[in-house]
Design a binder for this molecule. Structure first.
Ligand SMILES: Nc1ncnc2c1ncn2[C@@H]1O[C@H](COP(=O)(O)OP(=O)(O)O)[C@@H](O)[C@H]1O
Ligand SMILES: [Mg+2]
Length: 261
């Protein structure tokens, strides 16, 4: 079983879009039993895959009032794809940790424990975690559970400062979990413009971690899919971004040996 955390401390770089499309494709096309964990209190991945509802979800697990993962897992309706939803309750977990008010024990290892339990039960082949843009309690738990990190990046961010920020983030992640691998950076919202092409070339030559060959093109259909609350794979399967995500997941499955996950 493999666990991927989709991570970048910047917002709006395509983490949620990448997590939702990756989880959808692994489940629906590769027939891998997939669990998507939404670790962002903004709950964008949850909104993309589940109808509105009152659910404790991940906060229940991190807060220690749900003891087994089955209690917080919701079926997505898509074959092979389950979701552990996020909610604004996740903010409360951070607040409790920071203020020492009701200090929580085991929050940092909660997702690793979940992963180990799911592995013992042979419940899933792959776990995908959509992270928030900060090192919150849920994000630390995600990093601790991950075998591999995927970092979506905007292609026009790679001036020298952008590269410094990438290096700084990876150092931060390794302080939390020294053995975690970075599977690669994924360029999202790519479009034809000099600044984008120059920055992408700069990233490929200077990045301290692998950069995926496939880039994801910018397409308005992704935004429409967000409004429609479904993956762009089902909303507009032949759009450039939907096709690019299929090509990228194929690259990832090959490079990570996921056929035998
Ligand atoms: N390939 C793309 N083309 C066009 N818009 C995109 C693309 N990827 C993401 N977006 C849009 O950009 C915004 C941020 O993406 P999102 O995946 O939510 O990023 P993050 O999770 O990193 O904050 C969303 O409105 C999303 O619909
Ligand atoms: Mg997000």
């Amino acid at each position: 079983m493999r666990t991927f955390a989709i991570l970048n401390m910047k917002g709006g770089v395509g983490k949620t879009t990448t997590a939702v499309n990756l989880a959808y494709l692994l489940a629906a096309e590769y027939r891998l039993r997939t669990l998507l964990i939404d670790a962002d209190p903004q709950a964008n991945a949850t909104h993309a895959l589940l109808p509105d509802g009152d659910r404790t979800g991940l906060a229940g697990l991190l807060g220690g009032y749900a003891t087994v993962y089955d209690e917080v897992v919701a079926p997505s309706g898509i074959p092979n794809l389950d979701v552990i939803p996020a909610s604004e309750e996740l903010w409360g977990i951070d607040l409790n940790e920071r203020t020492g008010d009701r200090p929580l024990h085991g929050t940092a290892s909660a997702l690793r424990d979940l992963r180990d339990a799911a592995m013992e039960d042979d419940a899933y082949d792959v776990i995908v975690i959509d992270c928030p843009p900060n090192f919150s309690a849920a994000c630390v738990a995600a990093i601790n559970a991950a075998n591999s990190i995927i970092i979506p990046v905007l292609p026009d961010a790679f001036s020298a400062a952008g590269m410094d920020s990438l290096v700084y983030q990876i150092d931060g992640v390794r302080k939390i979990h020294p053995d975690v691998r970075v599977a690669g950076c994924l360029v999202t919202q790519w479009h034809r413009a000099d600044v984008v092409e120059d920055a992408t070339a700069h990233l490929r030559s200077e990045s301290p971690v692998p950069v995926f060959d496939t880039v994801i093109r910018r397409t308005d259909k992704v935004l429409e899919a967000t409004w429609a609350r479904e993956p762009v794979q089902t909303w507009s399967p032949f759009s450039a971004a939907a096709r690019d995500y299929r090509a990228w997941v194929k690259e990832l499955v090959r490079k990570e040996g996921l056929e035998n996950a």
